[in-house]
Design a protein around this ligand. Structure first.
Ligand code: ATP
Ligand SMILES: Cc1cn([C@H]2C[C@H](O)[C@@H](COP(=O)(O)O)O2)c(=O)[nH]c1=O
Length: 197
């Protein structure tokens, strides 16, 4: 089973992902951008580049995703393991969908990014969406990179809203404005009802 954690920068995904490692010791914990491949290194270089080309950046993230799938996720799923990923393809849909809209490079940016993935990606079974307002998200994240701006995060959140509607069979919204303990409790309840069933 593939479970993904999604949300704005600072919404608390990594905090939850780290806490879950104790509860699911046999699961494969992974993340995007990856932090163990040169594809991931290239993505991080692009994140630091304020002038990165928006389409080139989309394809760097997507290359990292393709490698992540074939090298780690698909083999784990074939072994019947639980995979929990801190960010996944929906981050691309939401973030690069917003970047491409800002730079007006393609028509229907969200559809464009989704279509690129359709041919090869694996859809998650469950997506835990940590929903938080952009102001709190940017403050928590510390506005350390070009993505962590309130205006941009507002557009990203609007895309996540579209994804919640489109993929309502797998998206579960968690109120990420709660205390860390309350967020984790909600996450554990959802996992208990799906993964542990
Ligand atoms: N529920 C919460 N309430 C208040 N602060 C929180 C909460 N969850 C996490 N934080 C704090 O907010 C900051 C960002 O948390 P975290 O790194 O888990 O977010 P993230 O969604 O993984 O961010 P990013 O996508 O930027 O990596 C950290 O300082 C963390 O301690
Ligand atoms: C996977 C992915 C990520 N991003 C953005 C979101 C963040 O601002 C950075 C790095 O992610 P982290 O969780 O804070 O380490 O990258 C993106 O724009 N598109 C993606 O596909």
């Amino acid at each position: 089973m593939l479970v993904t954690l999604e949300g704005l920068d600072g919404s608390g995904k990594t905090t939850v992902w780290e806490a879950l490692q104790k509860s699911y010791p046999d699961a494969v914990f992974t993340r995007e951008p990856t932090n163990d491949s040169w594809y991931g290194d290239a993505v991080y270089r692009s994140i630091e580049d304020d002038d990165a080309d928006s389409l080139a950046e989309l394809f760097l993230y997507t290359a990292d995703h393709a490698d992540h799938l074939s090298r780690k996720i698909e083999p784990a799923l074939e072994r019947g393991e639980l995979v929990i990923s801190d960010r996944y393809a929906d981050s691309r849909f939401a973030y690069q969908g917003a970047t491409l809209a800002e730079t007006e490079r393609v028509e229907n940016p969200l559809e464009y990014v989704i279509d690129i993935h359709d041919a090869f990606s694996v859809e998650p079974d469950l997506t835990l969406y940590l929903d938080l307002d952009p102001e709190t998200a940017a403050r928590r994240a510390g506005s350390t990179n070009k993505f962590e701006r309130v205006e941009y995060l507002t557009a990203v959140r609007e895309n996540y809203e579209r994804l919640c509607e489109r993929y309502d069979d797998r998206f579960v919204r968690i109120d990420a404005a709660q205390s860390p303990a309350a967020v984790l409790e909600d996450v554990r309840d959802v996992l208990a009802a799906t993964v542990d069933r």
